[in-house]
Ligand binder design. Sequence first.
Ligand SMILES: *Cc1c(COP(=O)(O)O)cnc(C)c1O
Length: 433
Amino acid sequence: MRLYSTNNTSSFVSLSEAIMKGLPDDNGLFMPEYFPKLSEQFINNLKDYTFQEIAFEVTRTLFQGFIPENDLKKIINDSINFPAPIQSLDNQTHILELFHGPSLAFKDFGARFMAQIMSYFNRGNNKELVILVATSGDTGGAVASGFLKAKGIKVVILYPKGKVSMLQEKQLTTLGHNISALEVDGTFDDCQTLVKQAFLDKELNSQIRLTSANSINIARLIPQSFYYFEAFKQLNDYYNPITFVVPSGNYGNITAGLIAQKMGLPISHFIAASNANDIVPHYLCTGNYNPRPSIRTLSNAMDVGNPSNFARMQDLFGFTWNNMSKNISGYSFTDQETKRGIKDVFEQFNYVIDPHGAVGYLAFKAYQKNHPKTKGIILETAHPSKFKNSVEDVIKEKVNIPERLAVLANKKKESILMNTDFKPFKDWLIKNY
Ligand SMILES: *Cc1c(COP(=O)(O)O)cnc(C)c1O
């Protein structure tokens, strides 16, 4: 398996180089040279495979022997080790719950798989690998728990002081071992700037092996395709058109669905569901792509004004608007509408949905108006307790916090305070690694 950069399709790198580097030097994104088709036998008999066996078959087909099968099995068994069950609201409306991992959001799939595969490629290297991550909340928690105790790897998480929720902060600051949390007296952008400065600093890079766990690493994308197959399997309906509805921000999740489709899963259509940050739905309707600064909304993990995976989507559709807009419909909703969605799902189906899933639900209802026969699988990307206050405000009932999150409230926070200057951050890195 070889990969190219979306900015240069004629030069290739190996899988390990793409994963350990994260980003090509030319500012593009890594993409596999091509997507091999899975066998019809496999696609038509998904029900005979466990979730982990599905993940193995997809990865084995894509990697084409780059990692020996026994090693690959171990990587998958150690990362894809929680379920992705479907809850059916009615015959046509199905919710795919992606929040059963340690940090209660779908990002656990990508972060855990990336952690296992990076540790694998890093084995035998006696120089420690230091991963820097800037987080505005969710990514940090998934990455921290994914890399916890990974051999030969240290993780440094930078988060903006006072700007993440109490439980989010505890997810970053209570793990210990190889995870350190830097509490930066500034904004998320300041955290991101510090990380970027570190990657550009020659002296630092000559002393420490630095890399990022950025969301655009191809190792985070690939495992997100597994649950599209898993969802299809659970529905076990090869006769009706199946549409996947994906609440989207950076558009990694929907790109993973497109990969599943390319590899042979018979998905009939995609719906990109966004909040007021409607850059991609606007593009799908008009052909005009106008990135702009993000707006804060209730579904804040989708507050993205310049989606990083859009380049991969364009690449998949041969840079042709017509092809993309035939395969994906886009809808966007305001916060007012999102609250209405949470309320409707609760009142009609007695199901508590989070604000991101609610945006997906609304998009599916909108699409159904013109496509009444379609069955939809809506990706529920986070557990509602992660957005407890907004959900409780609407449904007027308490939302339960799962045990694995609730226990964090009593754990002791350990963080290192930093200002936004690069020098003390650099000195700290050199002293500690
Ligand atoms: C990250 C995130 C999204 C957006 O996913 P993308 O892959 O960036 O489109 C949606 N919902 C939740 C809860 C998230 O954490």
